[in-house]
Write a protein that binds this ligand. Structure first.
Ligand code: ZN
Ligand code: ZN
Ligand code: ZN
Length: 153
């Protein structure tokens, strides 16, 4: 899907919730669509051009987007929360999180994982009468960039 198509979807979705995708909301949404990575609020602010929108507006918009589930918030131990589009507007995927620098990497190429998880979800339904709506998987570890100096030193 093109940036325009995704923005159109977001516009329709937010309208259904009683909001409009105007001004800073549009700008923040566009940054999120155009930047296929996880960003903290400061990085979103930086990409917007600091002169145009102030930091508190960026926070406010991101909070609204999280509340409406337009974005997903990834909370990490040693750094600011990171944001990305929710899976309504982005393909389903999981995360590798570096415990050292807080970098979040997507992974999504394992079909066996999804098929085993759906078996598990059916089992939860039978055994606990629990209906799974979503799942999130995060692996924590050390990324290549943080591992490098350790190997050298
Ligand atoms: Zn790292
Ligand atoms: Zn992600
Ligand atoms: Zn999955």
């Amino acid at each position: 899907m093109s940036t325009e198509d995704i923005l159109k979807n977001i516009r329709g979705f937010i309208k259904g919730k009683g909001y409009f995708l105007t001004g800073p909301r549009y700008d923040v949404a566009k940054i999120l669509v155009e930047t296929p990575t996880h960003m903290d609020a400061d990085e979103v602010h930086q990409l917007l051009g600091k002169a145009r929108v102030d930091a508190s507006t960026v926070y406010r918009v991101l909070n609204l987007f999280c509340k409406l589930r337009i974005t997903r918030k990834i909370v990490i131990d040693n750094g600011p929360a990171q944001f990305e589009l929710s899976e309504r507007f982005l393909r389903h995927h999981h995360h590798l999180i570096c415990k050292h620098c807080g970098k979040v990497v997507n992974f999504d190429e394992y079909d066996f994982l999804e098929s085993d998880l759906s078996k598990l979800e059916r089992l939860f339904r039978r055994k606990y009468h629990f209906i799974v709506a979503d799942h999130k998987i995060e692996f924590e570890g050390i990324c290549a960039k943080c591992e490098e100096p350790r190997r050298k030193g």
